[in-house]
Write a protein of this length. Sequence first.
Length: 260
Amino acid sequence: MSTIERLFDLKGKTALITGGSRGLGLQIAEALGEQGAKIVLSARKADELQAAQAHLQSLGIESSWIAADGAKDTDVARLADDALKTLGHVDILVNNAGATWGAPAEDYPVEAWDKVMNLNIRGLFLLTQQIGKRSMIPRGYGKIVNVASIAGLKGNQPGTLDTIAYNTSKGAVVNFTRALAAEWGEHGITVNALAPGFFPSKMTRGSLEALGVDRLSAGAPLRRIGDDEDLKGAALLFSTDASKHITGQILAVDGGVSAV
């Protein structure tokens, strides 16, 4: 095996991926699994997880699943317990589960604010805390990959999206990534974040319909939105020893939108 092949090899590694039943989470699961990682997927709906597992198995990827709601503290605790029982330890934690809600800031329902914040940042913190304390810190190794968003780097164009809770939560994920990287680096744990732009998914369907794919593509230097493969390389980088000297970084995968 060449040096490059070794750096990107995940044989013998384990990965827990939240929000892994579809969209970007499943895309990441494919990338890590194809490199040899044993995968545990988590999301709320068992039927979608079963379908995702069958898809991964069709690709020759060893996987299992745990249904859990990342917005509920009890579910997060159970997810950590069950994942550690299934895998023995967690080498890679991908925090991808997320939600959004659209409404003008002046009329934004507090219930919607709490729903978005509880899943996007509170649940992310609680799961990371459990996996870090119980698996990564004791073993002196871990790769934490948080899925933020370019929405966490800026506001929205006037007259487009009213997603103040989502933007705020993803901004929190960005600085959570930096702060935790600084704190846990001494334990051999890297903490990085991906900041996707627009990708087709169930969560973004409404936004894509409202804004228009052609309009969004025209505003990107690469003149396109993301596809089913565009997050894989970046996710693999942050999940493997190829990034052993990279931590606390936010990588935008957005076709250049954040550069202009």
